[in-house]
Design a protein around this ligand. Structure first.
Ligand SMILES: [Zn+2]
Length: 104
């Protein structure tokens, strides 16, 4: 039996290490779109943020996504992502709760 490893990722805004499923992935796709990836499986360079709007706002302020994704994220993209982030936050939190009982 191998010990179960919990994959940790760092929130690009507050720099905290968190289990991957506690974080929301932002992906820069090969077609150069920047979007929220709730599945965590989209191709492209990813950056992780705590599932909190406060961390998104921090990332926006400090341009943490620009650095993590190695691109210039336009202010309107940040605005769009922030709206999406607020929308997916509920879904994300609900998904976490419903997945608690199967051990994943
Ligand atoms: Zn954070």
């Amino acid at each position: 039996m191998k010990p179960r490893k919990i994959p940790l990722r760092k929130c690009v805004a507050c720099q905290e290490m968190m289990p991957k499923k506690e974080l929301i992935r932002i992906v820069r796709t090969p077609s150069e779109e920047t979007l929220i990836d709730l599945t965590g499986k989209k191709a492209g360079r990813g950056a992780y943020l705590c599932g909190k709007v406060s961390c998104f706002k921090l990332a926006k302020k400090s341009k943490a996504l620009d650095r993590a994704l190695k691109v210039t994220v336009q202010p309107e993209i940040y605005d769009q992502l922030e709206q999406d982030f607020i929308e997916v936050q509920d879904e994300f939190l609900a998904g976490k709760e419903s997945s608690n009982d199967n051990g994943e």
